[in-house]
Design a protein around this ligand. Structure first.
Ligand code: AMP
Ligand code: MG
Length: 546
């Protein structure tokens, strides 16, 4: 994204509120009298065309909280709204969820590096009750979870994984009561859009009375995410390979711009996202359909965490007793979510293709059947790259890059089986493998001795000429490890932000270079940022913290 000229104050559009009034509940702020800006992501602010200095002013703070600024004529953010959506939560359908503690302030138009302009959502979390707040829920958020989202989403972005971004965290000056009294906070979040599978499920419910809403939502989604779904996180073009794009055959079949096309594009984007999560050991924790974007951006960092020991059954969340959203289940659960998305689109698919209801199901299924191929392609590309195995070049477009050879795929499969058996740390093993390639003799052996991999496997892997520089560029070394996140957040809750900022710096420069390794310069980072959690008997447990 290029930097647009700084404006004071920023101009926002209300594209969503104007296009989809049935999905947009107007919101009026209740001002916070003692709010203070705790963190501002100045680089992101500049990318959005905002003036960081102005955002740090009193008027800027009011803007970031969705409150009217005094001293400016008229409203500068046309229609703050909370968004309506449904959601399958742990498999059960909730027809009306919506933003119970969040607000879409509006959109800002930014210019991307390719010169195209895109609208980007500015969204607030924790600003108070909305039309969708249920029962006695307070619409507030606590500092810890908002800082967790800031830290993890910025780390994901730095790793090249599509995600919402974090622009700011504001202390509201209020105390929020959860398991104990906690400081209240607001997260200012940025996304290519906040459209979710749940948004379509909500519009589908209105089909019988207001069919136009689903039609308008499809048009709006396609206008916000034309053909190639890109994200704010497209910073590492080589990780793993390319962005999803329209298949030529879809164009020739007349699918372009239809509900089937959207379904296919979302399936492709989410398959790739699942592969990217697996390649860094990320567990989202609450993959309900209201937490799945159609942009392919990771959203809603609640009970998320990273693996320290490779084990597909790992589930950190206190509320996921069945392990529905366990690490290795994520790609399968995403297909289940995509099936719910397809169901929501069925009336449009029928209308656009002129088939019966049963015919629409067949057409949707024909797209969903592609998902395993999309996922396995993204997974093999991603983990193959992580292991330094370059795909065989072909003349075809990036989304149809030739799969790895059968022999390369079996190297990958055996690698994962050995990790699963040993419960070793994925990123440590990948780093030891890359470093081993930079050495010979005893030094190489020393690195390999830190892995659980068999000599036979190592010989096979080396026979494929793995590229150590590709591995180092691809594999993060510094991730928000769970124990480090907890340490930083608890210090922050007692007013000490140094640990948070040091960890943020570490994880937003996640990779190391061969030069750094050769010179022994460890990016001046303390080695504690590389290490897994000290061994304890108690499993790591995450809580939603809402
Ligand atoms: P989440 O688990 O954050 O994805 O939220 C699930 C649903 O609960 C969404 O509809 C949220 O808006 C709502 N929600 C979560 N926390 C609160 C809160 N403190 N007050 C009101 N609604 C909330
Ligand atoms: Mg959510």
């Amino acid at each position: 994204m290029s930097t647009a000229s700084a404006q004071t104050p920023p101009q926002l559009t209300s594209l969503f509120a104007d296009a989809l009034p049935d999905l947009a509940a107007p919101w009026s702020p209740v001002p916070f009298s003692n709010a203070t800006l705790l963190i501002l992501n100045e680089n992101l602010a500049r990318d959005l065309g905002f003036d960081p200095q102005w955002l740090r002013s009193d008027d800027g703070l009011r803007f970031l909280l969705g409150e009217s600024t005094s001293g400016h004529s008229g409203s500068i953010w046309p229609h703050p709204v909370s968004q309506a959506y449904s959601g399958h939560q742990f498999g059960n359908f909730s027809p009306v969820l919506g933003d119970g503690r969040a607000v879409l302030l509006g959109e800002v138009t930014v210019e991307q590096s390719d010169g195209a302009t895109v609208a980007v959502d500015i969204h607030l979390k924790g600003t108070g009750r909305t039309q969708f707040s249920r029962g006695a829920s307070d619409g507030r958020a606590c500092l810890g979870p908002m800082l967790r989202e800031y830290l993890v989403s910025e780390a994901m972005h730095a790793m090249g994984i599509p995600t919402t971004r974090a622009l700011a965290v504001i202390l509201t000056g209020e105390t929020v009561l959860r398991r104990r009294p906690e400081p209240g906070a607001v997260l200012v979040r940025v996304a290519r859009s906040h459209l979710r599978i749940g948004s379509f499920q909500y519009a589908r419910m209105l089909w019988d009375s207001k069919p136009q809403v689903l039609t308008d939502l499809l048009d709006f989604a396609l206008s916000r995410h034309p053909l190639r779904f890109s994200s704010l996180s497209g910073c590492s073009p080589e990780y793993p390979h390319g962005q999803p794009s329209t298949r030529d055959e879809d164009r020739s079949l007349g699918m372009e711009g239809t509900a089937l096309h959207l379904l296919d594009t979302v399936a492709r984007a989410q398959a790739k996202l699942m592969a990217q999560w697996l390649c860094v050991g990320f567990v989202h924790g609450v993959m309900n359909t209201d937490n799945v974007t159609i942009s392919g951006e990771t959203i809603d960092y609640g009970p998320c965490a990273f693996l320290d020991a490779f084990d597909s059954s790992t589930c950190f969340s206190s509320i996921d007793a069945q392990g529905r959203y366990a690490f290795g289940r994520q790609p399968h659960v995403m297909l289940w979510n995509l099936q719910r998305f397809a169901e929501a689109l069925l009336p449009l698919i029928g209308q656009q293709t002129g088939v019966t209801a049963a015919g629409a199901v067949d057409k949707a299924n024909s797209i969903l059947l592609r998902y395993p191929e999309y996922f396995s392609h993204a997974w093999q590309s991603g983990i193959g790259t992580a292991l330094g195995l370059a795909p065989i070049p072909t003349n075809r477009s990036s989304d149809t890059t030739a799969p790895l050879s059968a022999s390369q795929v079996s190297v990958i499969d055996e690698f994962i089986a050995q990790l699963e058996n040993s419960h070793a740390d994925l990123l440590h093993v990948l780093n030891a493998l890359a470093r081993s390639l930079l050495e010979t003799g005893e030094k190489r052996k020393a690195h390999l001795s830190h892995t659980p991999l068999s000599t036979r496997w190592i010989e096979r892997w080396i026979s494929h000429n793995p590229d150590p520089e590709l591995m180092l560029r691809t594999n993060p070394v510094y991730i928000p490890r769970n124990h480090l996140v907890e340490e930083a957040l608890s210090a922050a809750e007692s007013g000490e932000m140094e640990a948070f900022h040091k960890l943020l710096k570490a994880v937003t420069e996640p990779c190391e270079t061969p030069g750094q390794i050769r010179s022994g310069v460890d990016k001046e980072k303390e080695s504690k940022y590389r290490e897994t959690a000290p061994k304890t008997d108690a499993p790591y447990i995450t809580y939603c913290g809402t």
